[in-house]
Structures are given as structure tokens and as C-alpha cells.
Ligand binder design. Structure first.
Ligand code: ZN
Length: 313
């Protein structure tokens, strides 16, 4: 893993990471002119959420308040593609919500800011987020038109990772979580900059949201993630059912989001550090007098190690 760490340092701390991202963006525009996956917008009483397929497996999300024709974008990795959607929808970009500093999430901030000079850029100050204008802390609110977001501090993948919860109540709809690289369908982000204890606390933040909350993650990793989940919870029928559905979707290159937090709690092993079947598969047992949270952090650490060996996503 020391070589992985070396590569990670090159990616985040030097110009090489930026060059790699630019190349990845060029190739993705060539290879997937219509995006890597076909996505469907959803609309609740005038608030529209459009998943935008960017790079080779990332999603940006455009959220529009129809009444005022203003929009917020989460993680606009490819500014050109996001700009095209803004123009097609005929809306003004008022804010960028950035989950973390990695280029495949933050790389479009400055380009979009140049096109929309009054656009605010939100994120956590602990991550070097390009173009950041409005640093956020845990539980801060961001209001744009009728859209109200709550920012939740969820370190572990990076030191300043944030997720954004769009309040559904104002429009009589379920809430929507934009989870960046913290949680994916049946997965979680790599723990580049935090311990298992830190990551567990961030995952518990997600686990505490209501079951009907829609999950909009930063990557299309569903198929791989559910295959991995089968290794550690082979008898989980919710996982098997979701996998069959995901296979159908991916067979037609269709987007697999949103799932819900309620669903994720049933099959996402990273939200199931309490599961006895998981403990058995990982060969991890609670020590006598070991604190339950400490034990679950050890489970998470072992689980993430297995996933890193399985595939580095
Ligand atoms: Zn990342």
C-alpha cells in the first residue's frame, strides 16, 4: 500500500494529478459523447434533479428551482458538459456544492466560475477546493431559491469531505443526499485521509438519515460493489435482488441511481458493520469488554482492506 500512497500523493499534491484529470476528461468526451450512462431526471413539485454523466464513471448533479430558473450543481467535474445542460435547461447557475478536492469532483469549479461570475463555490476549508468562496462547517445550510441544503462534515476519504442533503419537506418530497465519494450504491469511498474510526463516524451520519432519503452518489460503481458485497454477505437476499436489477440496468448502460438509504442499509456492507454474517465472513470477533463502536471500526477497517484487494474503488 505504500506505492498506492505514493501514487495518491502525486495525484493530489502535484501537477500530475491535474494533467491526468485533463487527459481523462478528453478521452471520456471522445469515448462517450453521450455520457457513460443514460440518466433520467426526477422532478418534485418544481424542483428538478438531473444526474449528469461525466468522465468515465462520475456523476455531477444539477438541481433546478423551476419557479426562479436558478440552479445548483454538485461536483461539476466536466465544466463543458455541465454548461451545455445549463444552457439546454435555460437556467442560471448560482452555486457549486463541492464534496471534496479530488479533480474528478472539483475540476470544473474554476471553469464554471469564469462563465458565471456571481456563482458561489461551497465546500470545506480543510480540502483545497479550487475556487472555494464559501467555506462550510457541519450542519451549515445553503439556501438557493426554494432549495435548502444541509452540509454534513464526513471526513475519511479526504480530510474535508462534505455531503449535501437537499431538504424535501419544502416541496413535499423525500430528501436527497448527494454523497460524493463517501457512500456509493453498495459501497463506500477509499479511506485515503482518515482512520476507520473517522470513516465509521461519517458512515453513521448517513445511516442516521431517514429511510426514504434518495441517494445520489459520485460514481457509477453499483455492479462491482454488489459483486463484492456477495463475497462478504452471500446469503443477503436484498443484495441479490438489487444485483439482478442492476445487471438489467447496466446491460443497457442505464444509471443505477437513486437508491434509498433504507435500501442501502439492507445490502451495503459498509453500512452494515453490525451484521453477524459479515463478522463471520471477515473473521472478526468482538473482544471481551471491547466497545461496540471500536469493534465496528475494526470490522470496517477489515472490510475496506478486502475491498481494496478486490478492486481499488
Ligand atoms: Zn475522491
Amino acid at each position: 500500500t505504500s506505492s498506492h500512497f505514493y501514487v495518491y500523493t502525486l495525484y493530489t499534491k502535484t501537477r500530475l494529478g491535474y494533467m491526468y484529470y485533463k487527459r481523462q476528461m478528453r478521452k471520456a468526451r471522445e469515448n462517450y459523447p453521450g455520457g457513460h450512462s443514460a440518466t433520467d431526471p426526477v422532478e418534485f413539485n418544481g424542483v428538478k434533479i438531473i444526474p449528469i454523466s461525466v468522465l468515465s464513471d462520475n456523476y455531477s448533479y444539477l438541481i433546478i428551482d423551476r419557479a426562479s430558473s436558478i440552479a445548483v450543481v454538485v461536483d461539476p467535474a466536466d465544466p463543458q458538459i455541465v454548461q451545455a445542460v445549463l444552457e439546454a435547461e435555460g437556467v442560471m447557475l448560482e452555486a457549486i456544492l463541492c464534496t471534496h478536492k479530488h479533480w474528478d469532483h472539483s475540476g470544473g469549479n474554476k471553469g464554471l466560475k469564469r462563465l458565471h461570475s456571481s456563482c458561489r463555490v461551497y465546500g470545506n476549508a480543510a480540502d483545497n477546493i479550487p475556487g472555494l468562496t464559501h467555506p462550510l462547517s457541519h450542519n451549515d445550510s445553503v439556501t438557493v431559491g426554494r432549495m435548502r441544503f444541509k452540509a454534513l462534515f464526513t471526513p475519511g476519504h479526504t480530510v474535508g469531505h462534505m455531503i449535501y442533503l437537499l431538504d424535501g419537506q419544502t416541496v413535499g418530497a423525500p430528501s436527497s443526499l448527494f454523497s460524493g465519494d463517501l457512500v456509493f450504491l453498495s459501497g463506500c469511498g477509499r479511506m485515503f485521509e482518515g482512520s476507520a474510526t473517522t470513516m465509521l463516524s461519517s458512515l453513521d451520519t448517513v445511516g442516521s438519515l431517514t429511510d426514504d432519503t434518495l441517494l445520489w452518489p459520485g460514481h457509477e460503481y453499483a455492479e462491482d460493489n454488489l459483486l463484492f458485497a456477495a463475497e462478504v454477505e452471500p446469503h443477503n437476499t436484498a443484495r441479490e435482488n438489487k444485483y439482478q436489477w442492476v445487471l438489467q440496468q447496466r446491460g443497457q448502460k442505464l444509471c443505477t441511481c437513486p437508491s434509498t438509504i433504507g435500501e442501502e442499509k439492507q445490502y451495503n456492507p459498509f453500512l452494515r458493520s453490525h451484521s453477524a454474517e459479515l463478522h463471520l465472513a471477515l473473521g472478526v470477533q468482538q473482544f471481551q469488554e471491547e466497545d461496540w463502536t471500536q469493534f465496528r471500526a475494526r470490522v470496517l477497517e477489515e472490510l475496506r482492506k478486502r475491498k481494496d484487494l478486490y478492486n481499488r474503488r
